[in-house]
Design a protein around this ligand. Structure first.
Ligand SMILES: *Cc1c(COP(=O)(O)O)cnc(C)c1O
Length: 548
C-alpha cells in the first residue's frame, strides 16, 4: 500500500515552480552556446556542469541496480538531509524523530530549519524499540530518521523492523545507510525505489567505503516523486563538474578487496580490543568503526592523542558514557592504536643523557626529544618520527635503529611551500638537541666512523670537537628520492653539523639513490653511536685542550 506523499509536502514546495537552467532549455552538446553568460574562452571549466548529473547517475544506476530517476545526488548526504526538512517540515510547526544516540547532522539540520527533533533512546544494547518509536510518531511528526548501521553504535537494525516502521508510519522514513557497504544486513534501496512503500528515502554516500570524502557526494534513493521534489528544491548546479568527472573515474575501481580487508580488520581489532585491560565493552559493529567502552574515556583519549592517534571521544553522547569510537584504519595504524591502548607502546625515557628542544618559527613547529643512553625497556631505542615527509621519516628512523639512541621527532612544517624549511629546521633542532644531551661531553668517545656497504657505500666521519664543519662529497643521480629532493640531504647534514658543533665528513657513491641516502643515514647512525658512547675515556674529557 503506497503512502499518500502529496499531503506531506509543504504547500510552498508543492506550489514551487523550479528555476529552469539554460542547460534545461537546450540539451544538445554541439553548437554555439550563447545562452548561459559563460566565458567563451576554453580552460576546461568555463561551462556550467550538467545540473542533472546524467552520466554519473547512469554509472550509479548500474552499480546499485536502480533506475536513474530514483537517484538524487547532493553535496554530501548532508544536502539530502537538509532538503528533506525543507520539503516536508513546516518550520516552527512540524516535527521530526530520530533515534539516540545517532548521527549529529539530523539535529543540526532540524535546528537550522526550525524543526523540533524528538529523540527516541535506543535500548542499552543499542537495539531499537519499535513501540517506543511509534508511540512518539504522533501528529505533526513528518519524518523519522533511522541510521543503519548506526553511527556511533555500529549496529544495524533488522530489515524487517525498518520495513515494519515504514509500513506503520504515515510520514517519511529516512534510512541512512552511510556504512551499508560494510554491513551484512541487506540494504533497503529496492524497497525505497519500489512503489510498494513510497515513503522510504535511503541515504548513501561516497564518503566512506567509496573513499571520496573530499569530493562531497551523497546519494538519496527513493520513489520518483520524492526524487523529483529533491531535484526541484536543490541548487541547480549543486554538483560541480570536477566532482562529477572525478567520481565517475573513481567509481570504475573495484573496492570489494578494500572493503573485505576493512571488515577483516574490524573483526581482528575487535578481538584484540577485548583482550586489553582498560576495555570494558566492544560493541558489535556492521560499519568501519568500533564503539568501545573503556575504563576512562577522557584518559584513554588523551593517551592516544599524546601518541599521535586521534579517535572520537563519545563519552558525552547519550548512552555512550566512557565510549570511544575508533575508525578501522590500515593494519599498521590499527596495531599502533592497539599497542597504545594496551600499554605496550614503548615510552620515551628521559633518564640518562636526554634533551628536549621545541622550536617554533613561521615556517616550522618542531618538538624533538633525544636520549643518547639506551633504555633497557627498549634497547633498540624508542623511535617516533613524523615530519610529514615519508622518506625523510624513514631516514631519521635509521638513526634510531642503527644509532641505538631514542628519538621523538615531530615537525609540522610549511610543506605546501616546499620541503626546504622542514628538512633544514629538523636538522638544526636535532643538532641542538644532541648537543644539549651531550652536556659537558665528559666520558664520550668523541669520534665516530663507519663504512657500511649496500650496493652503495658511505663513509661518515664524525668529531664532536666543537667545530662545525661539513665536507659533503655525495653524488645523487636523481632529483628526488621518495618525497625528498636529494639536494636537501646535504642541507640537512650542514644544519645538523652546525647545530651540534660537530665536524662531519660524508662521502657516498652508488647506483640506487634510495640506497645512497639510506647508507649515509645508517653510517651516520653508526658513527654517532660510537661518538656518544660513554666510558671510552672513563670520565675524562677526550681532548688534550681540556675543553670541547
Ligand atoms: C559519514 C556519515 C554520512 C556521510 O555524510 P556525507 O555528507 O555524505 O559525507 C552520512 N550519515 C552518517 C550516519 C555518517 O556517519
Amino acid at each position: 500500500m503506497s503512502k499518500n506523499i502529496e499531503s506531506l509536502i509543504r504547500p510552498n514546495i508543492a506550489a514551487l515552480c523550479p528555476y529552469s537552467t539554460a542547460r534545461d532549455e537546450y540539451q544538445g552538446n554541439i553548437g554555439i552556446f550563447l545562452d548561459a553568460n559563460e566565458s567563451p574562452y576554453e580552460n576546461g571549466w568555463n561551462r556550467y556542469p550538467d545540473p542533472h548529473q546524467k552520466q554519473l547517475k547512469s554509472i550509479i544506476s548500474g552499480i546499485r541496480g536502480v533506475p536513474a530517476d530514483n537517484i538524487f545526488l547532493g553535496n554530501g548526504s548532508d544536502e539530502a538531509i537538509d532538503l528533506i526538512f525543507r520539503i516536508f517540515c513546516i518550520p516552527g510547526k512540524d516535527k521530526a524523530l530520530a533515534i539516540s544516540p545517532s548521527y549529529g547532522m539530523y539535529e543540526v539540520c532540524a535546528a537550522t530549519n526550525d524543526v523540533a527533533l524528538e529523540k527516541v533512546p535506543l535500548r542499552k544494547d543499542f537495539s531499537l524499540d519499535t513501540e517506543a518509536l511509534m508511540d512518539k510518531a504522533g501528529a505533526n511528526v513528518k519524518v523519522i530518521f533511522l541510521c543503519s548501521p548506526n553511527n556511533p553504535s555500529g549496529n544495524a537494525f533488522p530489515k524487517e523492523q525498518l520495513l515494519e516502521i515504514a509500513g506503520r508510519f504515515d510520514g517519511i522514513v529516512v534510512v541512512d545507510e552511510a556504512y551499508i557497504d560494510y554491513s551484512s544486513i541487506p540494504s533497503l534501496i529496492n524497497d525505497a525505489v519500489s512503489e510498494e512503500y513510497g515513503n522510504i528515502i535511503v541515504l548513501q554516500t561516497m564518503s566512506k567505503a567509496r573513499g571520496m570524502a573530499a569530493l562531497r557526494l551523497g546519494m538519496a534513493f527513493s520513489s520518483k516523486r520524492i526524487i523529483s521534489l529533491m531535484s526541484m528544491v536543490k541548487y541547480p548546479y549543486n554538483i560541480s563538474k570536477a566532482t562529477q568527472e572525478i567520481a565517475a573515474g573513481i567509481l570504475k575501481r573495484d573496492i570489494s578487496a578494500q572493503v573485505k580487508e576493512t571488515i577483516d580488520e574490524r573483526k581482528r581489532v575487535a578481538r584484540a580490543l577485548e583482550g586489553i585491560g582498560c576495555v570494558r565493552t566492544v560493541w558489535p559493529s556492521e560499519a568501519n568503526f568500533i564503539l568501545v567502552e573503556v575504563d576512562d574515556a577522557n584518559e584513554r583519549y588523551g593517551q592516544l592523542i599524546e601518541a599521535g592517534v586521534i579517535v572520537r571521544n563519545r563519552t558525552k553522547v547519550a548512552g555512550c558514557h566512557n565510549c570511544l569510537r575508533i575508525s578501522i584504519g590500515t593494519k599498521e595504524e590499527n596495531d599502533r592504536m592497539l599497542a597504545i591502548l594496551s600499554g605496550n607502546e614503548a615510552s620515551f625515557e628521559s633518564s640518562g643523557r636526554s634533551a628536549e628542544i621545541c622550536r617554533k618559527t613561521r615556517e616550522t613547529d618542531i618538538r624533538i626529544r633525544v636520549n643518547l643512553d639506551r633504555n633497557p625497556q627498549s634497547p633498540g631505542g624508542f623511535g617516533r618520527v613524523d615530519t610529514g615527509l615519508k622518506f625523510f621519516d624513514h631516514m631519521l628512523d635509521q638513526i634510531v635503529h642503527h644509532g641505538g639512541i631514542s628519538l621523538d621527532i615531530r615537525c609540522m612544517g610549511d610543506l605546501e611551500v616546499d620541503e626546504h624549511h622542514t628538512i633544514e629546521d629538523v636538522g638544526l633542532a636535532l643538532g641542538e638537541a644532541i648537543l644539549k644531551a651531550l652536556g659537558d661531553k665528559r666520558g664520550i668517545g668523541r669520534y665516530g666512523f663507519a663504512l657500511p656497504m649496500d650496493e652503495s657505500r658511505a663513509i661518515v666521519l664524525l668529531d664532536f670537537g666543537g667545530r662545525p664543519e661539513l665536507v659533503w662529497d655525495v653524488e645523487f643521480t636523481r632529483e628526488y628520492v621518495g618525497d625528498v629532493p636529494t639536494e636537501m640531504f646535504g642541507h640537512f647534514f650542514r644544519s645538523l653539523s652546525t647545530a651540534m658543533k660537530a665536524n662531519l665528513y660524508v662521502q657516498a657513491r652508488g647506483e640506487n639513490n634510495h640506497h645512497i641516502a639510506e647508507s649515509i643515514f645508517k653510517a651516520f647512525a653508526r658513527s654517532i653511536r660510537q661518538a656518544v658512547a660513554m666510558n671510552a675515556f672513563e670520565g675524562e674529557l677526550p681532548s688534550s685542550k681540556g675543553i670541547l
